[in-house]
Design a protein around this ligand. Structure first.
Ligand SMILES: [Zn+2]
Ligand SMILES: [Zn+2]
Length: 302
């Protein structure tokens, strides 16, 4: 039963709180930001250090509550508000990255994937806006280029359109660290075949890996983004133990399943990705496999 009041507004102090030594599920229902942030920062420590707490969170509705905090907290000018989102996000990432396969499955089931998709999408759009703005500005400044006015207008229009799209999702948090954590979490969530299937099911609207793949572009994104997105892509190619060790065609638009474990040919370079046909392989290479395909050395093969 929910207690009538979880905090004393006069002193902004929580009745029930989470400390580094004590977990109390009720503290997550606190509606005042300050005590909630306080509890969340302790929970952040607990989720990174205690397997027991990670397990409890998946059974007492704590994980659902954390995801709800992420869904309902919108980026504002209020630092405390944003801090609440950051702390809740780190808790979810800790649970997903450090949890057992069963716990990772729960992270997907309680609805974390759409939040991850939102973060990646917003970051990509943000980078696109910066790139388009730069191009439009360069074109305007470069007198010697004699760029036709129509082309300049088109560049400007593209930039304006991207900026408007970004503005429509300006409630989404998408800082550098959030993206790293997102990619890291996805790399772990996609490790085992059962969770991977769930991941694909729960990101039905936009395939999460087609977003992840865009972060593998070296020289465009920071090295740690490239690293974690590449790990996530390679994990996505793992065999499925529940389907007799079969793999899917690694071309994201195809994803056809093998009928037996040796049906498709592997990429000769990395020996990770498998393709149902030469066409799928060359399309996938163009789309981005070339960025995360790492040549397998004899020592790595042994
Ligand atoms: Zn295919
Ligand atoms: Zn390859």
């Amino acid at each position: 039963m929910r207690e009538s009041n979880f905090h004393f507004p006069s002193v902004n102090k929580a009745c029930v709180s989470i400390t580094s030594a004590l977990y109390d599920r009720r503290a997550l229902d606190c509606t005042a930001d300050l005590p909630l942030v306080n509890s969340l920062s302790h929970l952040n420590y607990l989720t990174s250090s205690s397997a027991r707490i990670r397990e409890i969170l998946t059974t007492d509705g704590g994980l659902e509550r954390l995801v709800r905090i992420l869904r309902t907290t919108r980026v504002t000018e209020d630092t405390l508000h944003n801090w609440k989102w950051t702390m809740a996000f780190q808790c979810v990432v800790n649970v997903g990255v450090r949890g057992t396969p069963e716990i990772r499955q729960r992270v997907v089931q309680v609805g974390a994937v759409p939040i991850l998709v939102e973060i990646l999408h917003a970051y990509l759009l943000g980078s696109e806006v910066v790139r388009l703005e730069q191009r439009a500005r360069e074109a305007a400044n470069d007198q010697s280029a004699h760029m036709p006015t129509t082309k300049m207008e088109r560049l400007q229009a593209e930039y304006e359109a991207a900026r408007r799209r970004l503005q429509s999702i300006n409630h989404v948090m998408y800082r550098h660290d959030d993206v790293i954590l997102t990619l890291q979490l996805l790399a772990y969530l996609g490790k085992m075949s059962t969770q991977r299937q769930l991941l694909h099911e729960y990101s039905a609207l936009v395939d999460v890996f087609s977003l992840v793949e865009r972060f593998t572009l070296q020289n465009t994104f920071q090295p740690d983004m490239v690293y974690w997105s590449s790990v996530a892509m390679r994990n996505n190619c793992r065999r499925d133990e529940t389907r007799g060790s079969c793999r899917q065609c690694a071309y994201l638009e195809c994803q056809k399943w093998e009928r037996h474990s040796n049906e498709f040919a592997k990429c000769r370079r990395c020996r990770k990705a498998k393709y149902c046909s030469k066409q799928c392989q060359s399309k996938a290479w163009q789309d981005g496999h070339r960025y995360w395909c790492i040549e397998r050395t004899p020592s790595a093969a042994s």
